[in-house]
Design a protein. Sequence first.
Length: 443
Amino acid sequence: MKVKSTKDLLSEIESLESRLSDSEQMIEAIRLGEVDAFAFNKNNKSEVFTLKSGDYAYRVLIENFNEGALNLSEDGLIVYTNSCFYDLLGLSYERIIGHSVFDFIHPSSKESFKGLFKRGLAGQVKGEVNLIAGKKIVPVYASLTSLYPNLPTVGMIVTDLTEKKKQEQLLQQQNEELEEKNIELEKMNKELETFSFVSSHDLQEPLRKIRSFANILLEEEQGNLSDAGKNYLQRMDETVKRMHVLIEDLLSYSRIKSAQVKFERTDLNKVFQEVLTDFEGTIKEKKAIISASGLCEMNVIPFQFRQLLQNLLGNALKFSYPGRAPYIIIKGKITAGNKLNNTNLLPETNYYHLSFTDNGIGFDPQYKDRIFEVFQRLWEYGEYKGTGIGLAICKKIVENHKGFITATGELNKGARFDIYIPVLLASGGNLPDRQAPDATISM
């Protein structure tokens, strides 16, 4: 093995230091973008490496943009454009390149674009402008970025806003239509309030007078009336009473539809006890047995929920089976939506499920939806009195509480009403925290 001299070693060190310095200068030049290509000696052969591959990839990316891309000189001349931009304007590449970008700016946007371009020469700026595309106006979002000092140009990205503007215009049109409908609805609400006032005063007053005169005739003119005359007057009195009840029910329905919604923490046990007191006479008369469980505190509209319980309990008592003591079961329970057999419920939401079950006359299952409609009666008036509005009111009350009500029944075997109210609404964000023990009422 030949041993190198000190002189040879020093010479090799100097050569290595020189090559290292050249390499460091090359790396720095590449980093600064000052080199397009460089040569590298390998196996006594020189190989040339170009940086155009990176530039090529960049150009492919820009050309396949779904947005227009341009390079602009400091005077606004277009020195580069991708196909998306000239396709947007419906022009050829030759018609775009070398022309001033201001030639394609709509007159309505020229002043604003001048300001954008001036700021773009110094930094970055964004804004909306309109372009000219033949006889059409193309709204775009322009983003300008200065490429100085590396390149004496301004980069500009153009995003077509045509569809966005169409959607905005459509949305504005829909908002205007909605505003008109709101005005119309407000007008209808005022008309409804006027109707309610007329119904409660002007319509009721003639009925009171008719009934009063009929009673006077029956009391003071008994001797002058035939049996047929007395019968007619009694039937007239009954008809007036029915009309009075109908007007009151219509008023109740209109109040439920137009009443301001105000939820309050309410003890349903207390409300239910009040409703039981209202029906104390009927419960004793029919020897009804009422079982209630799972009632709790909830956020509800108090007077509406009272009316809901009153209407459902009243129905169960009214439509009892002849000769059979009414047995009414009321149950309340928190249940997840995905465990309830109702497609209207959200599976991830918990519901307060309140059910009313009775052993009364029931109804044909084909009418399970019809019974919630206004004026729908499944029985002749002579058999069971009523206006056919009570269950429609129940449905509206439940809807005001963002819930659902369903009915199931079978002729002569009873009926069941199921109410589902979202727990977050029912309990104000928490599960009901007070629940009464099971109770059976018999009067």
